[in-house]
Design a protein. Structure first.
Length: 122
């Protein structure tokens, strides 16, 4: 049997080079959630999440690389904040699903109203 029959499509290796891959990891989403209230130092994020400082720093580095968070120095402290503009690819992707879901809910409302008019529902 030729070797070509054993060669098939191979899944792409997991990377963190884009927003979707970066937020695929649950701990990174937790870091983002911790920053939703505003700018925080690494130590505050560590306390909020009960993660080690190296773990938090690793996740912040990945989130910074894709532009979801920005860091600024204040003396020896590093303060991180969300960069909302870089969430746009995620928001744009979700919009079409939100529209589809709303259309389905509208159809369900129409169907329930029709059943009520026919006296099949109270």
């Amino acid at each position: 049997m030729p070797i070509s029959e054993y060669i098939g499509p191979v899944a792409r290796a997991s990377t963190t080079s884009d927003v979707f891959n970066a937020i695929a990891e649950a701990h990174r989403r937790e870091v983002l959630d911790a920053l939703i209230e505003g700018e925080k130092a690494v130590g505050a994020i560590v306390n909020d999440l009960s993660m080690s400082q190296p773990q938090v720093s690793k996740h912040l580095r990945v989130l910074s690389e894709v532009g979801l968070v920005r860091c600024r120095a204040e003396g020896r402290r590093r303060l991180y904040r969300l960069e909302p503009e870089h969430f746009r690819p995620l928001r744009d992707w979700l919009v079409k699903y939100e529209q589809a879901w709303n259309e389905r809910m509208d159809r369900l409302d129409d169907y329930l109203e029709e059943l009520q008019q026919q006296g099949e529902l109270p």
